[in-house]
Structure formats: structure tokens, C-alpha cells
Ligand binder design. Structure first.
Ligand code: ADP
Ligand code: MG
Length: 252
């Protein structure tokens, strides 16, 4: 069985079929990219996997279990973390605070142990801080640690969002248009980070991305999505040279 499997997944919004009996298989350890015109259903796929939406039909399996019954607030527990197409961070809090909030969602302690602040809670708190520091080092965020989110550039906020997802120590990372709004220089950094997240951290990555340079550089496999359907799966080169894919882009 694949690491992540979508089986005939359908999502309708009123009369619009955003995702149409879609099947996809993502292997452990790969970087898999979804490409396709605006409105193709890519973000909807992410929202279904991360359980913000409940699909109308079909099933999703991750790491050997069905996600169908899972609620959005439980996905970090099974090992999935994501970033959003429109950044979602606490603007009135610092970078450090946003990252420490991220660690709270994977806490295993209960209310009682937190009230009495037992040794295990204290140890977990320290471990969380060490993780946050490591991730800030990795993504060059140390200069911004005490800065408020709302004062940061768009590009830096996107990197903070990536950091917040990594703090959850996911097995699967979902990145929705990570390069959009980034400068050319920031995009180069991002490509290296994405490769390191796979190679060094061992995290499987599913990303939506319009920047084909980035896709070509990092993706092991690509799926072209058009009108909620998978048109082609293959290497970045295979997918981009497929006449059906080219036609869909021209049509859009
Ligand atoms: N919450 C929603 N309510 C109604 N329609 C939606 C919603 N989310 C997405 N859609 C529709 O579903 C289709 C696919 O959207 P989306 O998944 O955002 O596309 P993409 O990310 O590929 O650009 C679009 O027609 C969009 O308008
Ligand atoms: Mg989208």
C-alpha cells in the first residue's frame, strides 16, 4: 500500500465538482507535486487530506489507516502538517510564539499533569524549545525570533509558516504554493530547504506549485490536475511534455 492513497475521492460544492473521482498514490520519501490551472481542485485535495473538508465520496489512506473518520485537529497526531495558500499565522505574536504554539498541538500530557507541572511536562516543554530552535536555525529565522509576524515581509512569513509545520515533526508535509510571492532568491533557498526536508528529515512532501522551475528541481513525480481529475502522472519532464497537459494550460 502507498504511504498516501486517494481512492476515487470526490468533492462537490453545490453544482461544482471540485474533485472528481480522483485517485492518487504517493510513496514514502518522495516529493510529489500537483500542478494545474487555477480552479483545478488542488487546494481542495489538500483540504480533504487535512480533513478541513469531508469528501462526498471515496476514501483516503495514510500510513496504513483510513483518514475518513479523522477530524482536522487530529491530523498532526497521525503525522500530517500543512501550510496554506494564504498564510495562516498569528499576526499579533512573534515568530517564536507562533512556533511554540505549533508544538502545543502535539502535546501528549493531560490537564492534571500540566497543572502540577510534572517533570515530564517540563521535559516536554524543554524538548519543544530545542526543536523550535533547531528549525529556526535550519530556516535562517533566528534574526526574526522576537519580531511580530505582521511586521515581516511576505516571503519571511511564508518561511515562518513552513517552520510552524516542521515543528510538528510530520511524516507528511503538505505545501500549498510555497513559492508564490517569493523573490527569485528566496525561491532558490526554498528549493534547497525542500530537498533537505526530504533527505535529512526524511519527510514525505506533497506540494502544489505553479513555479515549474521549482517543480523540475525538487519533484520526484508530478500529477497534472485539470477539472478535478488527474490527467497525467510521471516525472516533471513527462508531465510537462504531455499534449493533454499543454492543452489544458493553453485552454486555461
Ligand atoms: N469552500 C468552497 N466553497 C465553494 N466552492 C469552492 C470551495 N473551495 C473550492 N471551491 C471551488 O472548487 C474549485 C477548485 O478550487 P481549488 O481547489 O481552490 O482550486 P486550485 O487550488 O486548483 O486553484 C473551484 O471552482 C473553486 O471555486
Ligand atoms: Mg489553490
Amino acid at each position: 500500500m502507498s504511504f498516501l492513497e486517494l481512492k476515487n475521492v470526490t468533492m462537490k460544492f453545490g453544482g461544482v465538482t471540485a474533485v472528481d473521482k480522483m485517485s492518487l498514490n504517493i510513496n514514502k520519501g518522495e516529493i510529489f507535486a500537483l500542478v494545474g490551472p487555477n480552479g483545478a481542485g488542488k487546494s481542495t485535495v489538500f483540504n480533504i487530506i487535512s480533513r478541513l473538508y469531508e469528501q462526498n465520496g471515496g476514501e483516503i489512506f495514510f500510513d496504513g489507516r483510513s483518514l475518513n473518520k479523522l477530524k482536522a485537529f487530529h491530523i498532526s497526531r497521525v503525522g500530517i502538517a500543512r501550510t496554506f495558500q494564504n498564510i495562516e499565522l498569528f499576526g499579533n505574536a512573534t515568530v517564536l510564539q507562533n512556533l511554540l504554539v505549533g508544538t502545543n498541538t502535539r502535546k501528549t500530557s493531560n490537564m492534571f499533569s500540566e497543572i502540577v507541572f510534572t517533570r515530564s511536562v517540563r521535559d516536554a516543554e524543554v524538548a519543544n524549545r530545542i526543536d523550535v530552535e533547531e528549525i529556526m536555525d535550519f530556516l535562517n529565522l533566528q534574526p526574526y525570533r522576537q519580531k511580530y509576524i505582521m511586521g515581516l515581509s511576505y516571503g519571511t512569513r511564508k518561511i515562518v509558516e513552513l517552520a510552524r509545520a516542521l515543528v510538528l515533526k510530520p511524516k507528511l508535509l503538505l505545501l500549498d504554493e510555497p513559492a508564490s510571492g517569493l523573490s527569485a532568491e528566496e525561491t532558490v533557498d526554498l528549493a534547497f530547504w525542500i530537498e533537505d526536508i526530504k533527505k535529512i528529515m526524511g519527510i514525505t512532501i506533497l506540494m502544489v506549485e505553479h513555479n515549474l522551475n521549482l517543480v523540475n528541481k525538487v519533484a520526484d513525480r508530478v500529477a497534472a490536475i485539470v477539472d478535478g481529475k488527474v490527467v497525467r502522472v510521471g516525472s516533471p519532464k513527462e508531465v510537462q511534455s504531455d499534449p493533454k497537459v499543454i492543452e489544458a494550460y493553453i485552454g486555461a
